[in-house]
Design a protein around this ligand. Structure first.
Ligand SMILES: [Zn+2]
Ligand SMILES: [Zn+2]
Length: 362
C-alpha cells in the first residue's frame, strides 16, 4: 500500500503538503509548511474516464469541455458523436483516442443514432440502492447471453480472417444470432455506454496506470437504483455486440464493475465555468485529485482549466492544517446544513463532520 501514499508531484519543491492515513477519514492531505493564500499547490492532469452527457454533446467541446453559453459548436465529428471548439481539440481527441477509440465511439454512435427517437425512461430517484447480492445476481443473469454474443462475434471475426472452415472456427447458430439481436433490441442508455467505452479505452491504453484506479476508495454498491444497474448489464450486452473485437477481452463484468466502484465516490463533475457551475455537462475521474477530503468551508479551491484541475489554497494555511476541497456544486454550497448533509450522504455516502457543519449544529 505504501506506494500509493506518496503525494503526486507538486508544482514546487519542497512539497507543500503530504498525504497521510487518518483514523477517521482515510487518506487526507496536510500542509507541511505555512502556505500563503492563493498559492497553487497541485494540478491534476490524469483524467482517466469521462462522460459528456448526451444532451450536452453538441454544446460542449469533446476535448477541452469548453462551452459557449449553449451555442452549438460548428466543428462536428458526427461519426463519433462529438463536437469541438477548435480543429486543434478535434485533432487532440483523435490522437488520444487512436484508431481503436474512433472505431469504438463510431460503433456506439451508430447504435445510439438509430435509436434516437426512444424516450428516456423516467426513474424514481427514491428507489433503493441495489445491495451486493442484487448486483451479483444481475451480472450472473447476463452470463449466458453474453457467452452467446461472444461466440457470434468470434464467428464474425473467423469469417473476416477466413478461419471459418478450420477446426478452430466456431459454429455460429441461430441461437447465437438471436442472443445478439435480443440484446440490441433492449432499451439503450447512451450515457452508461459512454462511461463503459471511456473506461475500457483507458484500460486498453494505460494498463500500467491501473494501480492508480485500484488505490482509490471503492464503493461496493455503486449503482444508484435497480434501473441504473439494469442499464449497466444491458449496456454490457450492447457493447459486446458492437465494439471492435480488440476491446472484447477487456469488456467483462469484472472490469465494468471495477470502474463503477472507483468512479462512484471519486468522480468530479464537469460543469460550466461561469454561473457558479450551474450547468452539469458530465463527470470524470482524475485519480490524483481524489486525495482531498471534503469540507463545507474548504481551504482549497479547485478550478477546472480544460481537462486539468488546479488547486489553490483559499486562505493562509498553517503547517499541519488539513487541506480540504468542497464536493458540493455552487448551488449546493448555499444549502442549509441539513440539505448539504443530505446531498453528501446521498452522493458520496458520508456524514459530514466538517468544522462548518459542527458549528452550525449548535
Ligand atoms: Zn476544445
Ligand atoms: Zn460540512
Amino acid at each position: 500500500m505504501q506506494e500509493f501514499l506518496k503525494p503526486p508531484a507538486p508544482p514546487t519543491t519542497p512539497p507543500l503538503f503530504e498525504i497521510r492515513n487518518t483514523p477517521t477519514t482515510g487518506r487526507a492531505v496536510f500542509a507541511t509548511t505555512p502556505i500563503p493564500s492563493s498559492t497553487l499547490i497541485h494540478t491534476s492532469t490524469d483524467l482517466t474516464l469521462s462522460v459528456l452527457l448526451r444532451e450536452y454533446r453538441r454544446e460542449v467541446c469533446g476535448q477541452c469541455f469548453s462551452y459557449a453559453h449553449g451555442r452549438e459548436y460548428s466543428i462536428r465529428d458526427l461519426g463519433v458523436g462529438f463536437v469541438f471548439c477548435a480543429l486543434a481539440c478535434q485533432a487532440e481527441w483523435r490522437e488520444e483516442n487512436g484508431t481503436l477509440g474512433v472505431e469504438a465511439w463510431t460503433a456506439v454512435e451508430g447504435l445510439v443514432r438509430r435509436r434516437a427517437k426512444e424516450d428516456c425512461e423516467m426513474v424514481d430517484v427514491d428507489l433503493p440502492r441495489p445491495g451486493v447480492g442484487d448486483i451479483e445476481r444481475a451480472w450472473e443473469g447476463v452470463v449466458v447471453q453474453a457467452a452467446l454474443i461472444r461466440t457470434a462475434r468470434q464467428g464474425e471475426s473467423d469469417i473476416m480472417t477466413g478461419g471459418v472452415d478450420t477446426d478452430a472456427g466456431v459454429q455460429v447458430t441461430k441461437q447465437h444470432k438471436r442472443a445478439m439481436q435480443n440484446a440490441l433490441q433492449q432499451p439503450i442508455s447512451p450515457d452508461v455506454m459512454s462511461f463503459c467505452v471511456s473506461g475500457l479505452l483507458w484500460l486498453h491504453s494505460s494498463p500500467e496506470d491501473l494501480s492508480q484506479i485500484l488505490a482509490l476508495e471503492a464503493d461496493s454498491t455503486p449503482y444508484l437504483n435497480a434501473p441504473d444497474l439494469l442499464a449497466f448489464t444491458r449496456s454490457y450486452l450492447h457493447l459486446l455486440a458492437i465494439l471492435p473485437a480488440a476491446l472484447l477481452l477487456l469488456l467483462t463484468p469484472k472490469n465494468l464493475f471495477l470502474l463503477s466502484t472507483r468512479d462512484s465516490h471519486n468522480a468530479f463533475g464537469i460543469r460550466s465555468l461561469e454561473d457558479d457551475g450551474s450547468e452539469f455537462f458530465g463527470y470524470g475521474c482524475w485519480p490524483n485529485a481524489s486525495y482531498f477530503n471534503h469540507s463545507c468551508s474548504p481551504s482549497v479551491i479547485k478550478t477546472r482549466v480544460g481537462r486539468v484541475w488546479e488547486f489553490r489554497v483559499a486562505r493562509d494555511m498553517k503547517e499541519g492544517e488539513e487541506l480540504c476541497i468542497t464536493y458540493l456544486s455552487g448551488e449546493e454550497r448555499a444549502q442549509c446544513r441539513r440539505d448539504r448533509m443530505g446531498t453528501l450522504r446521498g452522493n458520496w455516502g458520508f456524514e459530514c463532520g466538517c468544522v462548518k457543519c459542527d458549528e452550525e449544529e449548535l
